[in-house]
Design a protein around this ligand. Structure first.
Ligand code: SF4
Length: 360
């Protein structure tokens, strides 16, 4: 187990996990506790260097997308310098290029566009959802692997998911759950660094407690049995493997029901759900895990305590299989045609993408 006194660019030190406090990690004779020696100056220098490097890379990609090639070379030279190399070597290498010969080779078809991606055989369910949102987001995220800026807000949804997963495990073990236990887990998973004021943190904590309280009350009325929580799966579709996690699988008599928890504010409609990659992939996963198609798949909106449920039809599953294979073919053909629209407003890569500007 490890912890850091302070993470990333946070202004405040981090709270130590409740689990570490419970085992009294500094005094516990069964624990070998070490504080690695770290030179704060070199850590700071490394992190600043990494940030500058990331900034240059983002700018270079942005320049390329804008056809602003003239700005690329100086930035490449600065990158070389940052890596401790000789920046002039880039220009010297360029001098040695025989442009006429290269142009001739392009015209005669000897130089073809290089493929940037290797054939991939394993995908995650969320890759297809990303491609559907916008193929260019897919390219930035999964091909170029450009990290997104850290979000200043705290991931309340993720923490609530973690708490519910622990509560579900307790239920599966036959143990009782209540709001006090939920709050203990919440405090253990809580990371307050994203908040700028104590008031904002307190309000978020109250919000999370309310969501958990609603969940616990609803759980008491559920007539089904939880059989899996945060179940990971890999399914086969032709030669491809698709990986993912199912939040929860319930058993109702001999039938299975899949739940995906949501903390978002706007529920999906049943019609949208019928075309949702993720949920229908979970349907296929349950069939492969338990040898039987689930009776229902649904989204459980924790905030509103609203459930949107469908009984997927065979033809809908077949359609989603066809769409997955079609999406894989497009990815392999490097078809990342952008799909500008309302997604641009929420896009982490909008700063790199020229399509958003065209919309305004
Ligand atoms: S800004 Fe719009 S078009 Fe560009 S990657 Fe994002 S969603 Fe796609």
């Amino acid at each position: 187990m490890t912890y850091a006194k302070r993470y990333g660019d946070n202004k405040r030190d981090s709270k130590i996990s409740q689990f570490l406090e419970e085992i009294d990690y500094t005094k516990n004779p069964n624990i070998y506790f070490i504080t690695p020696r770290a030179d704060p100056i070199s850590i700071k220098e490394d992190s600043i260097k990494g940030l500058i490097r990331q900034n240059y890379i983002s700018e270079i990609i942005s320049d390329l997308h804008r056809n602003d090639y003239g700005k690329v070379l100086p930035k490449l030279m600065l990158l070389e310098k940052l890596e401790g190399k000789e920046p002039k070597s880039i220009v010297q290498n360029l001098k040695e290029l025989d442009y006429e010969a290269i142009l001739k080779q392009i015209e005669e078809g000897e130089i073809k566009k290089e493929k940037i991606i290797e054939e991939e055989l394993t995908f995650s369910a969320s890759q297809f959802t990303t491609y559907k949102r916008c193929p260019r987001i897919y390219k930035y995220n999964y091909v170029y692997r450009i990290p997104t800026l850290p979000k200043p807000y705290f991931d309340l949804g993720g923490t609530v998911h973690n708490v519910i997963e622990e509560l579900s495990k307790k239920i599966m073990e036959g143990e009782p759950i209540d709001i006090h236990l939920a709050i203990r887990y919440l405090k253990a998973f809580w990371k307050g660094e994203g908040y700028t004021t104590e008031k904002a943190e307190r309000e978020a904590m109250d919000d999370a407690v309310e969501i958990l309280d609603t969940f616990i009350q609803e759980q008491q009325n559920m007539g089904t049995t939880i059989v899996e929580a945060e179940k990971n799966f890999t399914i086969k579709l032709e030669k491809y493997s698709i990986r993912g996690f199912i939040d929860r699988v319930d058993k109702d008599g001999d039938d299975y029901i899949i739940w995906d928890y949501k903390t978002s504010k706007t529920p999906m409609s049943e019609n949208e759900l019928r075309k949702d990659f993720q949920l229908l992939i979970y349907d296929m996963a349950v069939q492969q895990l338990f040898g039987k198609r689930p009776k229902q798949v649904g989204l459980w909106y924790l905030r509103q305590n609203k459930k949107v449920v469908i009984e997927p039809k065979d033809e809908e599953i077949q359609k989603i299989k066809d769409q997955i294979l079609e999406t894989i073919t497009k990815i392999m053909d490097e078809d990342f045609t952008p799909k500008p629209g309302w997604e641009c407003g929420n896009c982490d890569y909008a700063i790199l993408c020229d399509e958003k500007e065209k919309l305004s």
